[in-house]
Write a protein that binds this ligand. Structure first.
Ligand SMILES: [Zn+2]
Length: 300
């Protein structure tokens, strides 16, 4: 008895409200410019989330670890991968996540690189096998200048292996610390040194071997030109960090094209006998700040 009495009150109230609502609808004309279809109304009210998602996708976010979080789950949530999370948060222990710890969430797959002494955009681009232009764009940098401890987002980059394991990885020709050092551009014997001979400067060294011997980039850099140059024959010019430029002459064939970024040790051409040459050899020049220098001063 009591129960039905108790229940009947809200029912009556509801009925009264419905009557009021119907009456209100009957007497209140709808303004002409509002579309009364429910679908439209829902669409308008949910207009914002996709827009703000896009805006947020470009910024670095924080994620506070909560109960039940896993790195895999967090990676899926932010559409990145676990490597990216680990790369941006080197101090976290993936097997022992602490509730409340803050994770840095990068805007897309990639890593944060903190610039070390001796790092240049060239060496960083080389280490992560990515274009300098992409790093500059991702960090809104307008110059290649780099400060020690500057943090750069490297889009698409994978965390670098620890220094001691670098050598074991076949795809890394040089360790990070040697990224700014020179490599020999070809095997063979030095058939002519840098310096004056018969009153003329021989602006490089000659390394003699068979036609077709691979010629490699002496340092990481960007190919400036691959063309025929008077006297030099088929020639590759590569620009590097710290104002260095290297030239490879008398080539038989190119293995790269102009504008391409190359790693140290990457084959860029093959030895030949083109141009003013008295036998198969590589003519190798090193320029620094626009001046030619003796390659033997920088070669290991
Ligand atoms: Zn020469």
């Amino acid at each position: 008895m009591n129960l039905t009495k108790f229940k009947s009150k809200p029912l009556l109230l509801l009925a009264a409200l419905m009557i009021i609502a119907v009456a209100a609808a009957a007497v209140t004309p709808l303004p002409q410019n509002i579309d009364p279809t429910p679908g439209k109304a829902v669409e308008v009210s949910s207009d914002n989330p996709p827009v703000s998602d896009n805006a947020q996708a470009k910024v670095v976010k924080n994620h506070a670890i909560s109960e039940g979080d896993t790195l895999e789950g967090i990676a899926v949530k932010y559409n990145i991968d676990v490597d990216t999370i680990l790369g941006a948060n080197p101090t976290i222990d993936e097997n022992n996540l602490q509730i409340g710890d803050q994770l840095i969430i990068l805007p897309s797959k990639g890593v944060i690189h903190t610039a070390d002494m001796g790092d240049t955009l060239w060496s960083i681009a080389n280490d992560y096998s990515i274009d300098i232009a992409a790093i500059m764009a991702a960090n809104a940098k307008t110059s290649e200048a780099l400060a020690i401890d500057e943090k750069l987002f490297v889009p698409g980059g994978k965390p670098l292996p620890k220094a001691e394991t670098v050598v074991a990885r076949a795809d890394y020709q040089v360790s990070r610390s040697s990224a700014s050092r020179f490599l020999w551009p070809a095997g063979g014997s030095i058939s002519s040194q840098f310096g004056y001979r018969w009153g003329r400067l021989h602006a490089g060294i000659d390394i003699a071997d068979d036609i077709g011997t691979p010629v490699v980039a002496a340092m990481a850099g960007r190919v400036v030109s691959t063309n025929w140059q008077s006297g030099y024959g088929y020639t590759v010019v590569i620009e590097h960090s710290r104002g260095y430029e290297t030239l490879y002459g008398h080539l038989s064939e190119f293995a790269v094209s102009s504008g391409q970024y190359v790693r140290a040790g990457q084959t860029v051409a093959y030895m030949g006998n083109t141009g003013y040459s008295t036998g198969p050899h590589l003519h190798f020049e090193v320029h620094q700040g626009g001046r030619v220098i003796d390659p033997l001063n920088v070669l290991p």
